[in-house]
Design a protein around this ligand. Sequence first.
Ligand code: SAM
Ligand code: SF4
Length: 348
Amino acid sequence: MRTLVDRLATLHTLDADSYRALLECDSDTESYLKERARNIATEHFGHEIYVRGLIEISNYCRNNCLYCGLRRDNRNIARYRLSDNEIIDCCAKGYAMGLRTFVLQSGEDSTLTDSRITNLISRIADIAPEAAITLSLGERSKDSYTALFNAGASRYLLRHEAADRQLYSLLHPEDMSWSNRIDCAKSLIAIGYQTGMGMMVGVPQQTTDHLIEDLLLLQQMRPQMVGIGPFIPQADTPLGYHTAGPIDLTLRILAIVRLMLPNALIPATTALASLDADARNQAILSGANVVMPNLSPACVREKYAIYDNKAATASESAEGIASLQQQLNTIGYHLNFSRGDFQQYDRL
Ligand code: SAM
Ligand code: SF4
């Protein structure tokens, strides 16, 4: 079994059967897998963890994903949208704390037009000239993605959610399509964005076969960023009755993805930290190299309730960042405040 780990670490690709063996491996192989993933991350990034300031700009969403608390039909959520000035204010505070990447994330809110986002991007560039702007605003047209890229956004997070069409359609209403999601990801890559894909682990009906398909899709598309977190139920959604996804399997998949994509930017997700305070460090020890503290104003943070009991990943306060730093120090890592762009290595 260790040979499979070594092969993935050397060749960065495996076939479906080998991925199955790793997904189902014994604890000895799992420890070895994580150790190799951790070492390959250290080779590329040292003990540095990139920090990205997350701003949740609106919880209005026109979509109805069955797993997400922001879904259109959820009447139990208090909706909010930040004004442009509030968003700029969040970036300015983050910039003053040293952050050099801002992630604007949102439900699919119709007020987030191209002209509004374009204007926001140029205002952020004015106050934070050398900062990178990452968007995570869901599915848009290729023209829209191009306009936002030309305006200065250089990264886009759009998890594929499920590589398997059938699983995708179990998790989404009929008006959402797997092909459009994948086409959006392909457009983002073609335009030149550093593109993030990924999925939840432990969503209802997900099997090992589905996860293998996810791994094969990531292997084929080789995105620059990969977000992987456990599914966590939100009581006001159709999947709210289900149990949360397993932390162990999520960490194992993180380690596999690190070996597959050695130089990718892989966050230790808030969903992991929400299930177990120690899981963020465990993710880093399994190869993750990004954290995303929340810069949203405290008064709206609870309203961005994609799932229940969401952890506050540090606050916008300097103390919040300091406590994140301290937590990482306990495992010998520290925060890196630079832009942390994806670097292509010739030898890969
Ligand atoms: N609306 C945009 C989109 O869907 O790409 C961005 C915001 S959406 C809340 C960001 C991510 O949250 C989704 O890609 C999904 O994987 C994750 N998410 C949604 N509901 C979740 C849940 N119940 N548990 C864990 N993650 C969840
Ligand atoms: Fe909307 Fe994104 Fe939630 Fe789906 S996952 S309901 S698109 S916010």
